[in-house]
Design a protein around this ligand. Structure first.
Ligand code: ZN
Length: 487
């Protein structure tokens, strides 16, 4: 046997041995069979939250980039109604108005040595321009067909209502938290969070607060999102992708369209956009997605456990499979989606400048500077340029929080009291949250919305007929009560 053949045989034996070991490990470490969901009688413990959420929804707290287009009285009226809805909270827990768009509750803990925890939500909502087509008006807060209807029922007034409802119940039972709990509510998350969460984050930083963790909106208890999982999986965001809107621009001569030059601004721009779309860039499995695959594999069949736990060998297969759909591709790549196109204002006029916007979501480990460099080089080949469209709104990918942290463990154990049928796994969020304003004041940041949702439910966020099923909402309140008790 030649030396080369012997080396090959040794390598093959080593791989086979490692696979056999991995198979043994994968066979053993499987989660116990799922428990049944909570019964209706158990959900009674959070009865009444539906009216409280409905009351919050009835205030049309629509945030806009241009404050002149907002209705400040809606925000004021919502804040003014809170003491009526949650009287014990307002008698026992300190409330500060921070600026004009943020509410900070401080529930003092009994043990000063324990680091505080921040529970966050936002009370602004996106507009509902198509109100006429809703089955129940977007700010009706109607209780019908077993649901609370309206804008904010999913994103994310339900969390604000759940946190305050849980605290109200716990106060009624004489509960005192061991550690200090902050409830931080911003009123402009949908437009960047500068007046809300950023103001609270700065205030806490000035006071030298260093929290154990922040919990804000994020992944759902995903129902059927992973075809290979044998149960719903609570997706606890340990990181979120960065964000930059990139303007691609191509210049042209302008003038009359009856005698066009060989190259036009619109043509150059179109080629640049097509080139960006055609070349997606390399796929990478970052730490939080590795943790997601590891986590979900506990609820999957043997083949998937083998696949997801041996990424040293199987990463190319996983990347190829994940590249096939938009939702999984977003977990392994920085994505650039062309969203807006602009050329000449008239049919028979050549554009002197054509412009496209690429909405870019940046994978942890990548950066806005690197993205702009790559896009600039790609655009230059077609005579186009690439620049950040709104430099002040660029957000770098967040740090990746650990899944071994006390915060993650507390979230997982609170799931047992609210969604016992669900598993739990770390997750990478593609959307942005207010958490970017709290990075300085917390060891770890988690993004999770305790609400069971299918893909269809998730598509309804920011959409028409936004609503939440009452049983699901009550489970959200039970989650927060269990979490507060355990901290
Ligand atoms: Zn939200």
């Amino acid at each position: 046997m030649s030396t080369a053949a012997l080396a090959l045989l040794c390598a093959a034996l080593a791989v086979a041995g490692a696979l056999a070991l991995a198979a043994l490990r994968a066979a053993g470490d499987r989660a116990a069979p799922p428990l049944p969901p909570l019964a209706d009688s158990e959900l009674e413990a959070a009865a009444g939250i539906e009216e409280e959420l409905a009351a919050l929804v009835r205030h049309p707290t629509v945030s806009r980039y241009d404050p002149a287009l907002e209705d400040p009285s809606a925000f004021e009226a919502l804040a003014a109604e809170l003491p009526r809805l949650f009287p014990r909270v307002h008698a026992a827990i300190g409330l500060e108005r921070v600026g004009d768009r943020a509410l900070l509750y401080t529930w003092k803990g009994e043990e000063a040595a324990l680091k505080p925890v921040l529970l966050n939500a936002h009370f602004d909502v996106v507009p509902a321009e198509d109100a006429a087509e809703w089955r129940h008006q977007p700010f009706s807060g109607d209780l019908a067909e077993g649901c609370v209807w309206g804008r904010g029922t999913q994103d994310i007034k339900l969390t604000m209502a759940s946190i305050l409802h849980a605290a109200e119940r716990l106060l009624a039972a004489g509960f005192k938290p061991r550690r200090t709990l902050y409830f931080a509510f911003g009123g402009d998350e949908e437009v960047g969070g500068l007046r809300g969460a950023a103001a609270i984050g700065e205030l806490l930083a000035r006071r030298g607060v260093r929290a154990s963790f922040v919990l804000d909106e994020g992944g759902p208890v995903a129902d059927g999102l992973f075809a290979f999982a044998d149960r719903p999986v609570a997706l606890v965001g340990v990181a979120e992708k960065g964000y930059v809107d990139v303007a691609l621009e191509a210049a042209g001569s302008g003038g009359h369209a009856s005698m066009p030059p060989r190259r036009t601004a619109a043509g150059s721009l179109a080629r640049a956009v097509a080139a960006v779309e055609a070349r997606r860039g390399p796929a990478r499995i970052c730490r939080s997605v590795r943790a997601l695959l590891q986590g979900v594999s506990r609820y999957s069949g043997f083949a998937y456990r083998l696949l997801f736990r041996n990424l040293w060998l199987t990463a190319p297969l996983v990347k190829a499979a994940f590249s096939a759909s938009g939702s999984t591709n977003s977990l392994i790549r920085t994505t650039a989606a062309p969203t807006m196109l602009q050329g000449s204002p008239k049919e028979n006029v050549l554009a002197d400048k054509a412009r496209a916007i690429l909405n870019v979501r940046i994978l942890p480990g990548d950066s806005s500077a690197a993205v702009l460099g790559r896009l600039s080089r790609a655009a230059a080949r077609f005579g186009a340029t690439a620049l950040a469209a709104h430099p002040a709104a660029v957000v770098e990918p967040s740090p990746e929080s650990p899944a071994e942290h006390e915060g993650y463990r507390a979230i997982r154990s609170a799931l047992g009291a609210s969604f016992p049928e669900a598993g739990c796994a770390p997750f990478l969020l593609s959307g942005g949250t207010d958490t970017k304003h709290y990075l300085k004041v917390a060891e770890a940041v988690y993004r999770f919305t305790p609400l069971r949702q299918t893909s269809a439910d998730l598509a309804g966020i920011h959409g028409r007929d936004e609503r939440v099923e009452v049983g699901n909402l009550r489970r959200c309140a039970l989650f927060y009560a269990a979490l507060m008790r355990s901290l």
